[in-house]
Write a protein that binds this ligand. Structure first.
Ligand code: GLY
Length: 298
């Protein structure tokens, strides 16, 4: 299904279906669109199914987030990892975060250069006392993780950067994200991005803040869109707080959606609650498809 500006709600009882995985590849107007949209949807569907089958096979929620983000970062059609948007100086600086709901533990990296898997580093920081790292610490983390040196720059993204330079106008914004609900209702979230594209060098995305990525015992959320607006609205934590204080996920996200529309925001999110309620919302003009799918226990 393809819609502009919309909300979608559903419920997959985690105890019945054995848990489930939600993914997004951004809700930007430009990225990916047209024929690329169908191809990207197919890619996402495959990654979601592999994530769901890892979950069914006993992988932990956090490892499923890791697997899905790693695969999304490896796909050049999304603005994350390989194929990330470039900042105004022509460099890609990558940001990612993961959050584990059971322990309510957030970790992330900002501004990673010369490698394509910031989510792997974010995950490494889960058990540490220092849990959000920017350069120069990202290079040392990448070395310890054995992350290979790899340029995130693709010819297509470079062409967009050149066009943005000519027009002095950004042509990218987006993110990839993952929410996992396990069979016993535990929640996990992760987000990874190249940022807005053509932004000031060193600008940091919302993805590695609690506005862009959040998970607790109540709800898990991964946001996408214009990071400054996501941060100004404290989006992910705002949805979670509403659920924590007793609102159903559908009502909490409907309220955030109407606030976002009132403020003419350009962002979106995926969200789930511990009971298996899920929600996809986007206020952008993107033609965004939602493909609810789950693995049923045999
Ligand atoms: N949400 C991606 C960014 O603004 O950096």
């Amino acid at each position: 299904m393809l819609d502009k500006i919309a909300q979608r709600n559903g419920l997959f009882d985690p105890a019945v279906c054995g848990g489930f995985v939600l993914l997004h590849g951004g809700a930007g107007v430009q990225d990916p669109r047209g024929p690329a949209h169908a191809a990207a949807s197919k890619v996402i569907e495959g990654i979601a199914l592999r994530g769901a089958s890892a979950l069914a096979g006993g992988a932990s929620g956090l490892n499923v987030v890791k697997q899905c983000l790693f695969e999304l970062e490896s796909e050049p059609c999304f603005n994350a990892g390989l194929g990330s948007a470039l900042q105004s100086d022509g460099q890609a600086r990558l940001t990612a975060a993961v959050m584990s709901g059971p322990g309510q533990i957030f970790s992330g990296v900002m501004g990673l250069e010369g490698a394509i898997h910031p989510s792997t580093l974010a995950l490494m920081l889960q058990g540490k006392t220092t849990r959000v790292v920017c350069p120069p610490g990202t290079a040392e983390l990448a070395r310890r993780a054995g992350l290979k040196s790899e340029s995130p720059v693709t010819p297509e993204r470079l062409a967009r950067w050149e066009q943005a330079k000519k027009e002095n106008h950004p042509h990218d914004f987006d993110t990839v994200g993952c929410v996992v609900v396990t069979a016993n209702g535990e929640l996990f979230a992760g987000t990874s991005t190249g940022g807005r594209g053509f932004e000031a060098p060193g600008r940091v995305s919302d993805a590695a803040t609690v506005a862009g990525t959040y998970a607790s015992g109540f709800a898990a959320i991964s946001a996408t869109g214009i990071g400054e607006e996501i941060v100004d609205d404290g989006l992910a934590l705002r949805i979670e707080s509403r659920v924590r204080d007793g609102m159903a996920l559908e009502s909490a996200t409907a309220k955030c959606f109407s606030e976002a529309r009132e403020r003419k925001r350009s962002y979106g999110w995926i969200a789930a609650s511990s009971t298996g309620a899920w929600n996809f919302s986007w206020t952008t003009e993107a033609e965004t498809g939602v493909i609810p799918c789950r693995l049923l226990r045999s």
